[in-house]
Structure formats: structure tokens, C-alpha cells
Design a protein around this ligand. Structure first.
Ligand code: GLU
Length: 262
């Protein structure tokens, strides 16, 4: 299977932005094993800004654009250094691809990206994609960004014709109500159609260092489903869930791609 896995900042880093070593090590081990089992993997990893915040000892996620750019530039190195080192232990070779909105909006640039991805996969490398937050800003009056990595991951899955998109987050999946507020909230195991009620319930809390919420996950599901790709939201605190997912066993919430419409 060709699987795109999106890893959120809340999975990779502690609240203050330093790398969560144990979690990241576990995750890399499972991902390496899935790759050894013959799956093609592509990671879309957040964490650049969050880890830059930790590395530069900033008090929190920067509000101003230049500091955010600086944090991303520092944190992206830290992030790739960690991945390179950890995947290297299992003999996997990582590759970094940093995109802006324009790279996926213009057909010829999108094709360039696809060409690079296909070649990397042929060469058995592990592409790790993030938005190029050091230069992609919306400050110049035109939208050059994708904005968050749930959408970026769905666009990547669409570009490479993935079989499966997995969003690893700090929640177990999509619920019938907000599980932090309602004890009767139940996990929805499978979604065939995103209903207006689901959109209405998907507020956008996000976390201190990342930017995603349920709203961006539903947006990602819409993109994935439309191109015939299943999408799963699962809890990144439990990397072993990836084994269940790869084996087709129920885990988190599965959004079923619309087959035949791809
Ligand atoms: N690209 C951002 C980063 O690496 C994260 C975007 C997101 O959290 O969705 O920090």
C-alpha cells in the first residue's frame, strides 16, 4: 500500500516544544517496520515551528511572522536531524520536501513535485514533507500558503494517488460530541459522508503549538474521499495502532473514499 502519514506537532513534541523522544522513537520504529513489510510510506510532518520555539527558548508560538519564520527555519533542521538519526537506525533514508501553496496550485509545479516523489519512492527513500514555513507567508497580500498540514497531507495523498491517508493527532478520532465536555460522546468508527452536523460540531480548538483542529481534518477528509483515498484519524500517542490500520482492522475513524470517482 502507498500510505501518507501526517504527524502533528502534539504527537512529536512536548507542550514546551522540545522533542518527545519516547513517542517519536516508538513512531519511527513502527513506521520503519511498515516500510520493511513492503508498504510505500510518505510522511507529512509538522513540528518545525513548535521545535524551533523549544530550541530558541521562545515563550510560546510566535505571533509575529518573522519570528515564526525564524522558528520554522531552526525547527525544521531539528526535526529532520531527529528523523534522519532515528530512521537511520533502521537503515531507512529520509528525504526532505518543503512546499508552498504555489508548488501544488500550479499544474507544472505540482507535476515537478510528483516527479520527485515518484523517483524517491522508486529509490526506496522515505519522503518527509512539510510546508516551507520559513518563506511561505500570507503577508504580501496574496495567499501563498497551504496554511496547515492536515490539508497539505490530503493534497500530497491526492498528488501521489495514495491508497490511504492517516492523520495522527492527539485525539482518538471523530466523536458524536466533544469528548472533553460530554461524557456520552462516542467515537464514530466509519464515515461514508461528511454531514452538515459534523461540520457544525467541528469547532477549531487546535493546540498550543500546532494549528489543526477537527475542521481542518474534515477538510482533509473531503479532499481524500473525493479522490478515492480512505482517510483515518487516529491517536498518535498509540503508534502501534498503525499496525492495525495497515492490516485493515478498525482503529480511530475511517472516512471511506468514494471509489470509482477517483
Ligand atoms: N508546518 C507547520 C510546522 O511544521 C505546522 C502546520 C500544522 O500544524 O498544521 O510547524
Amino acid at each position: 500500500m502507498r500510505i501518507v502519514v501526517k504527524i502533528g506537532t502534539s504527537t512529536l513534541a512536548h507542550a514546551a516544544g522540545r522533542l518527545n523522544i519516547r513517542r517519536t522513537e516508538e513512531l519511527v520504529k513502527v513506521l520503519s517496520d511498515l516500510k520493511n513489510a513492503g508498504n510505500q510510506l510518505i510522511l507529512v510532518s509538522s513540528g518545525a515551528i513548535g521545535m524551533g520555539v523549544g530550541r530558541l527558548n521562545l515563550p510560546g508560538r510566535p505571533a509575529d511572522m518573522p519570528t515564526k519564520q525564524a522558528a520554522a527555519a531552526v525547527g525544521q533542521c531539528e526535526l529532520m536531524y531527529a528523523y534522519d538519526r532515528l530512521f537511520g537506525q533502521y537503515n531507512h533514508t529520509v528525504a526532505q520536501l518543503l512546499l508552498t501553496g504555489e508548488d501544488v496550485r500550479f499544474p507544472h509545479r505540482r507535476q515537478n513535485f510528483v516527479n520527485a516523489m515518484e523517483r524517491l519512492l522508486e529509490l526506496n527513500a522515505l519522503p518527509i514533507v512539510n510546508e516551507n514555513d520559513a518563506v511561505a507567508t500570507d503577508e504580501v497580500g496574496e495567499s501563498t500558503t497551504i496554511g496547515e498540514n492536515d490539508t497539505l497531507a490530503a493534497i500530497v495523498a491526492e498528488c501521489v494517488g495514495a491508497d490511504l491517508l492517516i492523520l495522527l493527532s492527539d485525539i482518538d478520532g471523530l466523536y458524536t460530541a466533544d469528548p472533553r465536555k460530554d461524557e456520552h460522546a462516542a467515537l464514530i468508527p466509519e464515515v461514508g459522508e461528511i454531514t452538515p452536523e459534523m461540520w457544525a460540531r467541528a469547532g477549531d480548538p487546535g493546540s498550543a503549538l500546532g494549528t489543526g483542529g477537527m475542521h481542518t481534518k474534515l477538510k482533509a477528509a473531503e479532499i481524500a474521499m473525493a479522490c478515492g483515498c480512505d482517510m483515518i484519524i487516529a491517536n498518535g500517542r498509540r503508534p502501534e495502532l498503525l499496525y492495525d490500520i495497515a492490516a485493515g482492522r478498525p482503529a480511530g475513524t475511517r472516512f471511506v473514499g468514494r471509489r470509482g470517482q477517483a
